[in-house]
Design a protein around this ligand. Structure first.
Ligand SMILES: [Zn+2]
Length: 248
């Protein structure tokens, strides 16, 4: 027989982590005009940075971001993102370019609010986590370069030129980056737009099924991305619930 104090302690032991995690997920309420990184969003990696010249596409045009996009960027710890619209769909619905450029294809502007928030959040996550620096560092290491052989990002990325073996070695790493951008982007969309996975990320990934294959692919198929995201469904639901009741 278990006595009552033990039962109470046992119940507390189960409930306290849940309450703490809920608090951590919600983060600090943001007042009008205030900018704040979300408590749950990871800090930028504390690693050497590369210099990037950032010339993503000549045919792109600057666009004024929706306030929600800006808020998602601020929640990821970024204030200075340039939003561009591409002239065509050749590079997919969206991509990011180091160090602070986010490019959307015309089709991304036609997505419904939650799918669009997921797409934009995903690219913000790539920029906030400085995945481009991670690529430059890993490419250098895999190529046997001495630490600090260059701080020029494009020069480090040039190691990939014509080196399909290196691209294969990088592809697993790129897939992990995509997963990270997926879950962070989905939670940004939940926090700012009140979008659950079922409303934003999952229908987008279902529609994007088939995109991203090929040799040394950076993306898993949409179904596998959706499966990975399932672990974050409850977190997104809680953030979306919070956004719904504490409108920003
Ligand atoms: Zn991505």
């Amino acid at each position: 027989m278990i006595d009552r104090p033990v039962l109470i302690l046992s119940a507390l032991g189960r409930c306290l982590p849940l309450a703490l995690s809920l608090f951590a997920l919600m983060g600090k309420p943001v007042q009008a005009g205030e900018t704040a990184k979300a408590l749950w969003f990871p800090d930028q990696p504390n690693a050497p940075r590369y210099a990037w010249s950032s010339a993503p596409c000549e045919a792109c045009e600057r666009i004024e971001p929706y306030p929600g996009w800006r808020l998602m960027a601020e929640m990821a710890g970024l204030r200075d993102i340039h939003f561009l619209i591409a002239a065509d769909e050749d590079s997919g619905s969206a991509y990011s370019a180091a160090p602070n450029v986010l490019v959307l294809a015309p089709s991304a502007l036609r997505l419904d609010t939650c799918q669009q928030a997921f797409v934009v959040g995903h690219e913000i996550a790539h920029l906030a986590q400085r995945h481009f620096d991670e690529d430059a560092r890993l490419l250098s290491a895999l190529s046997g370069k001495a630490a600090g052989w260059t701080r020029n990002g494009e020069r480090a990325m040039g190691l990939l030129d014509g080196n399909i073996a290196l691209a294969f070695r990088m592809s697993q790493h790129w897939r992990w980056q995509e997963r990270e951008a997926d879950w962070l982007g989905a939670l940004l969309a939940a926090e700012v737009y009140g979008c659950t996975l079922e409303e934003g990320a999952l229908p987008y990934l279902r529609a994007a099924e088939g995109y991203g294959g090929g040799i040394a692919a950076a993306h898993d198929p949409g179904a596998r991305r959706a499966e990975f995201l399932d672990a974050f469904a409850e977190s997104a639901r809680r953030l979306a619930f919070h956004a719904y009741y504490f409108e920003r």
